[in-house]
Design a protein around this ligand. Structure first.
Ligand SMILES: CC(C)(COP(=O)(O)OP(=O)(O)OC[C@H]1O[C@@H](n2cnc3c(N)ncnc32)[C@H](O)[C@@H]1OP(=O)(O)O)[C@@H](O)C(=O)NCCC(=O)NCCS
Length: 165
């Protein structure tokens, strides 16, 4: 899964890569900007939660070979090996780009890849997420990718959905 980015040095590629013993430490060390720390859990917490959550799907967001971010979904189609759930759902649980790499279009490219991945999952018609209402929240970032607020609030967080074709 990859997406090209043009920059002054030529073409760089954003990819979603599996987490391995080789890239794990780099991913654990990725951090959002200090003011954003209340907006998303540390990657170590997310990766630990994934071990105890059926249907968790997580990847490193890489710029060429370098991990620069992290994404985690809950995908109900992965919960059971053989039985297809009645209402398959994809929930965007975690999404972050390290502070050093923000504002360069990488988050947008990575989210496009996540959307493409969701479109490839059988029966998935939408992606749901919740974001914090506090200053600097990612709501407008998601809006640029087509997500819309539903008006629902879940545990103090605003719900957004993206309808898939
Ligand atoms: C939100 C986040 C993933 C965006 O990543 P990024 O790589 O900086 O985003 P991009 O550079 O690809 O930005 C794409 C567009 O969204 C806009 N944008 C980015 N972050 C934004 C924010 N927090 N609020 C509003 N707009 C934002 C950019 O200005 C850009 O607009 P343009 O296409 O008109 O130029 C990143 O800021 C981040 O990790 N934030 C902290 C963690 C977080 O809030 N995660 C979401 C939890 S729900």
């Amino acid at each position: 899964m990859n997406s090209n980015i043009q920059n002054g040095k030529g073409s760089s590629k954003i990819t979603l890569k599996k987490i391995t013993s080789i890239n794990l430490e780099t991913i654990l060390n990725l951090k959002v900007k200090p003011k954003q720390r209340t907006l998303v859990a540390p990657n170590a917490v997310s990766i630990a939660q994934a071990q105890f959550t059926r249907g968790a799907w997580y990847r490193a967001i890489c710029l060429d070979k370098e991990p620069i971010g992290f994404v985690m979904l809950r995908d109900s189609t992965l919960k059971f090996k053989k039985i297809n759930p009645k209402n398959p759902e994809i929930y965007l649980w975690r999404f972050m780009i390290d502070g050093r790499y923000q504002g360069k279009g990488y988050g947008k490219k990575a989210l496009e890849l996540v959307i493409h991945h969701a479109q490839s999952r059988s029966g998935i018609k939408e992606i749901t997420l919740h974001h914090q209402p506090s200053k600097g929240n990612a709501g407008n970032f998601y809006k640029k990718l087509g997500f819309k607020h539903t008006g629902k609030i879940h545990l103090g967080e605003l719900e957004m959905k993206l309808k898939l074709d």
